[in-house]
Design a protein around this ligand. Sequence first.
Ligand code: NI
Length: 227
Amino acid sequence: MLVHIPGVLTAEQVGRCREVMARTDWVDGRVTAGHQSAQVKRNLQLPEGSPDARELGDMILAALGRNPLFMSAVLPKRIFPPLFNRYDAEGEMGFGSHVDNAIRTIPGTGERVRTDVSSTLFLSAPDEYDGGELVIEDTYGAHSVKLPAGDMIVYPGTSLHHVTKVTRGSRVASFFWTESMVADVTRRSMMFDLDMSIIRLTADHPEHPSVMTLTSLYHNLLRQWVI
Ligand code: NI
């Protein structure tokens, strides 16, 4: 289940991210990689928990809290503090095929987050760089994703994925993981479809009695499946 969430950040918020990223210090992205992914990861990251990463991360978390599509698609329970990465053409940066670690510990708190859903929030415009596609593999094949700055893709944490080499310019993004209230991807996907159907039905036929029946069904299913 891949969901494109447009306009997570406004143009001004993307601008603020870019301003901070242009003047800050970057470190080798392998600092947060597991053993397998460290072999294939070539990029730069903002140091985890640095004041810059925290400022931008808090801005993103606040934006997500106001985003109904993210809420519906992900049913978030706990969100790992957003991380930030950069892929440059110089150094042929990219990230080979890997699966993200199942568990992430939030630095400083010891709190563990199960990575049910992965998110990538694009902060570079597509015409600023060549390559740098996020390619996500699922049972329906490989999906290549490159979105406008401020847009985000969410996909199951179980997916094999990679970032193709950047061959021109630089690509900056934020990425993070969410533990969902509904761990199972099939159930989560059905909840999302049901919610979207209720929203469409409510818009077209607000008085239809099925709106209430389906809304009850949604909440009662969620009550069954939430963990
Ligand atoms: Ni990854």
